[in-house]
Design a protein around this ligand. Structure first.
Ligand code: AHG
Ligand code: MN
Ligand code: MN
Length: 334
């Protein structure tokens, strides 16, 4: 088969060789995520046709409205991973606490845990704008065969074994890394097959897109305000950057990785710790960014070196083209 037609299934098997003594467990896990992504994709794509829109009438632990597709996507990913007994634990943005997976025999020998944001950008569902799924995979740190504990989930991002996202957009893509670069696969909906369409994805060192919710401008720290003005300025022969902000982290990140740019969700007077979640959103995106030669920081520190203290912890997020993130850090450190 020519390299051009390589499917995600084939790619996963080929890549197993990167992991010495691999038991195939990680491959099976990524395969399960691929399956759940296809199921969610099917539902997302018919969202406009069925009476699935609107709030499910519940709020999640962070007091945010959950929309029906959030609940659905969470169910699909949780059940796919639980039923296939492919992990020993799961934590989700939509669940108050982590879930320990015991397996039918009560004897779960799996070594991986998954953390996920099952539907990212949920405020965009009912306006036909791209949403996504973010996932992050770690080895458990407690002994195999025992129930997982919080310690397994509160690991630094540097410990990630794999991470990725699915973007349900004009076409549906699955983009992931196992620490050997970033590869993107596009779903052929007629076949139900993901094909390698974006091998070795990389951020350019510099870009000209900045992505931030400027509606929060008056609440930002001075460093962020100054950096935004720098983005807009034409000083020293620099061209003004253009602004693009979808409001779906996955889609904003995806565009910036392809075109070159920086995504920022800083802490502010409105959200003193930031809005995005370290474990479900920032760490996986940071791993992808670094694997794609980009950078991710909280304005001062490398995202993946922050030691989490709680599951739903939030953090400031600066992510994208390396030189742009470094410049933003200069402003934050002034
Ligand atoms: P989620 O839908 O999982 O709650 O995430 C929404 C996040 C992220 O996707 C997006 O970049 C950001 O929130 C948008 O926030 P604002 O509407 O405050 O700009
Ligand atoms: Mn999200
Ligand atoms: Mn979400």
């Amino acid at each position: 088969m020519s390299k051009k037609n390589i499917t995600l299934g084939e790619f996963i098997i080929e890549n197993q060789q990167h992991f010495q003594y691999s038991s195939g467990e990680l491959s099976r896990l990524i395969n399960s995520i691929r399956l759940a992504a296809k199921v969610v994709n099917h539902e997302v794509n018919k969202a406009g046709l069925v009476d699935i829109l609107g709030n499910a009438g519940e709020t999640n632990i962070q007091g945010e409205d959950q929309q029906k597709l959030d609940v659905y996507a969470n169910e699909v990913f949780m059940q796919t991973l639980i039923n296939r007994e492919i992990v020993c634990g799961i934590a989700s943005e939509e669940e108050d606490d982590f879930v320990s997976v015991h397996g039918k025999t009560g004897n779960n020998e799996n070594k991986y845990i998954v953390l996920m944001d099952p539907l990212d950008g949920s405020s965009n569902i009912d306006v036909n704008v791209s949403v996504g799924t973010i996932f992050s995979i770690y080895h458990r740190v407690t002994p195999v065969g025992t129930p997982v504990t919080k310690e397994d989930f509160l690991q630094k991002g540097v410990n990630q074994v794999a991470a990725g996202y699915v973007v349900y957009g004009t076409s549906t893509m699955l983009v992931y890394t196992t620490g050997h670069g970033v590869n993107g696969f596009t779903l052929n909906p007629a076949m139900g097959t993901f094909y390698l369409s974006h091998p070795n994805m990389e951020f350019s060192e510099m870009g000209n897109i900045y992505s931030i919710n400027e509606g929060n401008y008056i609440h930002f720290d001075q460093g962020v305000k100054d950096y935004i003005k720098y983005c807009q300025s034409e000083d020293d022969g620099k061209e003004a950057y253009t602004s693009r902000y979808i409001g779906s982290l996955v889609s904003d990140f995806h565009r910036n990785m392809i075109k070159g740019g920086i995504y920022i969700y800083p802490k502010s007077k409105k959200s003193p710790k930031g809005k995005l979640r370290l474990l479900y959103e920032c760490n996986p995106m940071a791993f992808l960014a670094e694997q794609a030669k980009g950078k991710a920081s909280d304005g001062k520190n490398r995202i993946m070196e922050i030691k989490p203290t709680e599951l739903h912890e939030r953090v400031s997020f600066f992510c994208g083209s390396k030189k742009m993130v470094e410049k933003a850090e200069d402003f934050m450190n002034k």
